[in-house]
Design a protein around this ligand. Structure first.
Ligand code: GLN
Length: 229
C-alpha cells in the first residue's frame, strides 16, 4: 500500500536580511548566504530534524512575516526588546552585542552621543539603531533598507554619522571602509534572539536545541569560527 507521510512541517522557513555581516551576508560574488546566524540555525535545524530554507527580506518586513505565518522563524541579529516581545516570541539570548556610533575619520565635531543633536544620522530601517538615533538627533534620521546604503551615506557625507551594532561596524570597517571609525563604547548591552510566532509550539523546541548546542560545545565551535576565541 501507499506509505503514510509524517505530519508536521519538514521545512523551517527562516527569514533574515543579508547585509549584516558576519551574522548573515553573501561573500563577494557568491549567491550563498553565510555567517554566524546561518551556521547556528542550520545546526538547530539538524537537531530538530528539519530542513532549513533561508529567505532574504527587508529587515522591517521580518517580524510581520512571522506574524502572518509566512515564516516559521527569523534569525537576523535581532535584539531582544520588550516591544518585539509583545508581538512575537523571542528565544533565549544567543549573542551579546550593543550599538555604536560611527563617523568619518577626522570628524572632531562628533565625539559623544550628545553631539548628535540636530545632525543627520544613517540607520537601517526597523532596527534598534533607528530608535537610538531618533532619541539622540531629535528625529533627524535617514533610514535605509540595507547596511551597505547606511555606510555609503556616511562615505558620501550625506550624513555625519551612523549607528549600528558593534560587530557589524567592525566588519564593515575592516573589509570595506577603512576611512571611518567607531566613536567611544557601545550604548547599552543588547542580546540577540531568534524570533518565532507568539506562544507557538516552536519556541520551546528552539530553546531546547539552542541549549543542547551550548552544552555540547557546538555553539562554541560556531562562535570561534566567526569571532575567534
Ligand atoms: N540588532 C539590531 C536590531 O535588532 C539590528 C539588526 C539588523 O540590522 N539585522 O534592531
Amino acid at each position: 500500500g501507499r506509505e503514510k507521510k509524517a505530519d508536521g512541517p519538514k521545512v523551517l522557513k527562516v527569514g533574515t536580511e543579508v547585509t549584516f555581516p558576519p551574522f548573515e551576508f553573501r561573500e563577494q560574488g557568491s549567491k550563498e548566504i553565510t555567517g554566524f546566524d546561518m551556521d547556528l540555525i542550520r545546526a538547530i535545524g539538524k537537531k530538530l530534524d528539519m530542513q532549513v530554507e533561508i529567505l532574504d527580506m527587508d529587515f522591517e518586513a521580518l517580524i510581520p512575516a512571522v506574524k502572518r505565518g509566512n515564516l516559521n522563524l527569523v534569525i537576523a541579529g535581532m535584539t531582544i526588546t520588550k516591544d518585539r516581545q509583545k508581538i512575537v516570541d523571542m528565544s533565549e539570548p544567543y549573542y551579546t552585542s550593543g550599538l555604536v556610533l560611527v563617523v568619518g575619520k577626522g570628524n572632531t565635531a562628533i565625539q559623544k552621543p550628545e553631539d548628535l543633536k540636530g545632525k543627520a544620522v544613517a540607520v537601517q530601517i526597523g532596527t534598534t539603531g533607528e530608535v537610538k538615533a531618533k532619541q539622540l538627533t531629535g528625529e533627524k534620521v535617514r533610514g535605509f533598507k540595507t547596511n551597505e546604503e547606511v555606510f555609503n551615506a556616511l562615505k558620501e557625507k550625506t550624513v555625519e554619522a551612523l549607528i549600528i551594532d558593534k560587530p557589524v561596524a567592525q566588519y564593515f570597517i575592516n573589509k570595506h571602509h577603512p576611512d571611518v571609525v567607531i566613536v567611544g563604547n557601545t550604548f547599552e548591552t543588547e542580546t540577540y534572539g531568534i524570533v518565532m510566532r507568539r506562544h507557538g509550539e516552536l519556541t520551546p523546541k528552539i530553546n531546547k536545541a539552542l541549549a543542547e548546542l551550548k552544552n555540547s560545545g557546538e555553539y562554541d565551535r560556531i562562535y570561534e569560527k566567526w569571532f575567534g576565541k
